[in-house]
Design a protein around this ligand. Structure first.
Ligand SMILES: [Zn+2]
Length: 747
């Protein structure tokens, strides 16, 4: 059974041994590590006469540059020491090979053959070539990153899917029409790419290396497909930046179109700022958003204008970029009446009322009832306090009265007059303040006390003593001061103000609901359900079911696999309006499918499984420590739109299961880049499409929009250390972080 294993193992370990011998020579000359700004300076220093020159010679082949590339390739958070890199690869030699032009791209590629006879094979770069590819990417990033448009997302630091959708939701106002530029499946044309690169880079050696990467198929950029930005092994780290560079011309074109239209429709800042402005000023806007090869253009103008924009963009894409466009899917849609699929989400323009729906009759009744209850409770408390005060006051008076009657004077050791006086004073003040709050009472007293009008008659005033008149006038002044409703009932004014404010807000909101549109981003629930069914989590009725293939795995591996898929979905769709639906799929369908798998594995009932693992799917690890990998129900309930990092799609995790081998293989290295562990476990990759015998390009049988790992990796065996196996299961690393060229064929 393990016929192939021994040989392959020998081979991999032999490569490693030779490296060991190698490095003992070079360890003394370890390259110095440089900071990011040093590397940037190194590249920018090559800028002469409008172009970057000698990049391969001066930057990429520099050992410190290669060292930084190695660090980027390692998925572990702790930075690699140069010694541990030196134990795996001799950077000095790689640097010399690159400089002398001896570095052979082709011989650093490995062709992986599929398990099926008819299947297609996959070319993957070995570790040394991966380092070179990463170094090239770093150079390109330093040159181009600052030039990219603000609406170009994907493959850029801090410019991922969530940021793109955030821009869509917060900045796009009142879109009427929109369209996507959908490309047919095609491979990026290297000749045109070379011309684009030559605009900034004058380095034949570097361009030659990139050309050889394409020729050897170590780098394949497929546009219009599903492989970009999903962390699948068939995509190299160079793909995203090459696509961004290639599409930069289109970005500039879009910027030009936008500027031209915005120039003709200027925004009058003053009009919008005025809070209660009755004027609806809505200049025509054009919005563009690009995520790698997905382009969305929205306008708040007429359909004719949108058609014009589309025509000029398609002309550019077809003629200048030489790309084939899928005309049928590039049609213009109404933003309001249809939803459009973009970045794997369903987006639609909706009235703001969708985001703050009015309260239903029932909810309003409940709210009123609640307010009444609160009021009743408050008055009850007030009454109780007054009763207590009355009782206490009476008691004190009674006591004092008794003492006076008995001895003619009050004799106590403790002099409490001051305190008691203070208490009575505050009570009195509170009562008066409470009394003055009532508008009707004040008005009543004001009317009563100001009714003696005869004192204001001139004839009478002259006959009365002056001091009386003064006292009367002063009294009237005080009356006005304390009892005039206008001044006394501040509280009332506040209430009125609040009501008016509410009214104004309501009016404004109603106008907004009628005149404005904002963007709603939804998760494609139908597709998620289809994926759940395809992967076997649910039966034809949509109920959770066990997955038989997983039963040969350890309990903790089963749970980790489910947890990895669940966490990725929660991560990916956290910014969606209907995130709750995804939460249900993870919290119910995935959780119970996992419990049922565990139950069937141990030949027990679902109840027993729940009792043993609890609903949080707890497992005890080898050291007796309790571990929870699956998101708990409470955790899922609390999740919201807080994630800003670019989420990796679930595609790679859901379409692959790792089946553990019965034999432990303690001779091979862990396949994760630069992992030095030999304490490994063998896992066999089982791909969903091979298991189901479905072609992923068949949209009827597969889930539309879901990518699949290249079939050449089906049934390949991966030696992984325990930590990295967990990371791969949980989706913290992907197959791109593994050196799949050293995967084993085991029968
Ligand atoms: Zn490892």
């Amino acid at each position: 059974m393990l016929a192939g294993l021994g040989f392959r193992q020998f081979q991999t370990s032999k490569i490693r041994t030779s490296i060991f011998v190698h490095t003992s020579r070079t360890v003394s000359g370890n390259p110095h590590c440089h900071s990011a700004s040093d590397l940037e300076a190194l590249v920018l220093g090559q800028y002469r006469n409008g172009k970057f020159r000698h990049l391969l010679h001066a930057a990429i082949s520099d050992p410190s540059f290669l060292l930084a590339a190695c660090r980027n390739l390692s998925p572990d958070e702790t930075p690699l020491s140069s010694d541990s890199i030196a134990r795996v690869i001799a950077l000095e030699d790689l640097s010399l090979d690159l400089r002398s032009g001896r570095f052979d791209v082709e011989s650093s590629c490995v062709k992986i053959f599929p398990s099926r006879k008819k299947g297609s094979s996959l070319v993957l770069p070995k570790l040394d070539l991966k380092i070179v590819i990463e170094a090239v990417r770093m150079v390109l990033e330093i040159i181009y990153e600052k030039r990219f448009a603000t609406f170009a997302y994907g493959g850029r630091p801090k410019m991922g899917r969530h940021t793109a959708l955030r821009y869509l939701r917060s900045s796009v106002e009142n879109p009427n029409w929109w369209f996507r530029v959908v490309l047919r499946k095609q491979v990026l044309d290297i000749c045109r790419l070379k011309t684009v690169l030559a605009e900034k880079i004058d380095d034949d050696e570097l361009i030659g290396v990139i050309e050889r990467l394409f020729a050897s198929e170590a780098v394949v950029v497929e546009l219009g497909g599903l492989d970009l930005g999903r962390g699948l092994p068939q995509e190299s780290s160079l793909n995203a930046i090459l696509v961004n560079i290639y599409f930069h011309g289109l970005d500039l074109e879009l910027q030009g179109i936008r500027a031209q239209i915005h120039c003709g429709n200027p925004r009058f800042r003053g009009l919008e700022k005025a809070e209660d402005s009755q004027i609806f000023h809505k200049p025509i806007r054009v919005y563009a958003l690009r995520y790698l090869d997905e382009v969305l253009i929205a306008t708040s103008g007429s359909k004719l204008l949108t058609i014009d924009i589309k025509t000029s963009i398609l002309k550019y894409v077809e003629n200048k970029m030489g790309l084939k466009v899928d005309k049928l899917n590039t049609s213009i849609h109404s933003a309001v009446y249809e939803n459009i699929s973009f970045l794997g989400m369903e987006i639609q323009a909706v009235s703001p009322i969708v985001f703050h729906p009015p309260l239903s009759e029932k909810a309003m009744r409940a709210k009123k009832k609640h307010l009444k209850q609160v009021e009743a409770k408050a008055s009850e408390l007030k009454n109780a306090r007054e009763t207590r005060r009355k009782k206490l006051g009476l008691k004190i008076l009674k006591h004092v009265f008794k003492k006076l009657k008995r001895a003619g004077e009050v004799k106590i050791d403790f002099h409490a007059e001051g305190e008691i006086g203070e208490v009575f004073r505050t009570w009195a003040e509170e009562v008066v303040a409470e009394y003055l709050k009532s508008k009707e009472e004040c008005l009543h007293w004001h009317r009563l006390l100001t009714s003696s009008e005869f004192l204001s008659l001139k004839g009478i005033r002259e006959q009365l003593p002056e001091s009386l008149i003064d006292a009367y006038d002063q009294f009237q002044e005080k009356l006005d001061k304390y009892f005039m409703p206008g001044r006394t009932s501040k509280q009332l004014d506040e209430n009125e103000m609040k009501e008016k404010d509410e009214e104004r807000r309501y009016a404004k909101r109603t106008v907004q609901d009628l005149t404005e549109l904002c963007i709603r981003v939804n998760a494609p629930v139908e597709l998620v359900r289809r994926a759940v069914k395809l992967a076997g989590f649910t039966n034809s009725m949509g109920r959770p079911r066990p997955i038989k293939l997983l039963m040969c795995l350890d309990d903790s591996d089963i749970i980790k696999w489910y947890a990895g898929i669940g966490r990725r979905w929660l991560d990916f769709y956290c910014c969606c309006r209907n995130f709750r639906m995804v939460k249900t799929v993870v919290s119910y369908h995935l959780r119970f499918s996992c419990l049922l798998t565990l139950a069937e594995k141990h030949e027990s009932t679902k109840k027993q499984a729940i009792r043993h693992y609890s609903k949080d799917l707890k497992v005890i690890d080898e050291n007796g420590v309790e571990e929870i990998h699956f998101a708990t129900e409470k955790e899922i309930r609390m999740m919201g739109d807080r994630n800003l990092a670019d989420p990796s799609p679930v595609d790679g995790a859901i379409s692959m299961t790792l089946v553990r081998f019965a034999v432990n293989d303690n001779l091979s290295f862990c396949l994760v880049h630069f992992c030095e562990s030999t304490d490994t476990i063998l896992y066999r990759v089982r791909l969903l499409q091979n298991r189901l015998n479905v072609d992923p390009s068949n949209e009827e049988k597969w889930v539309p929009g879901m990518a699949a790992i290249h079939e050449a990796l089906n049934r390949k065996c991966l030696p992984l250390c325990e930590k990295h196996a967990t990371d791969l299961f949980l989706g913290k690393i992907c197959l791109q972080d593994l050196d799949c060229t050293s995967s084993l064929n085991v029968d």
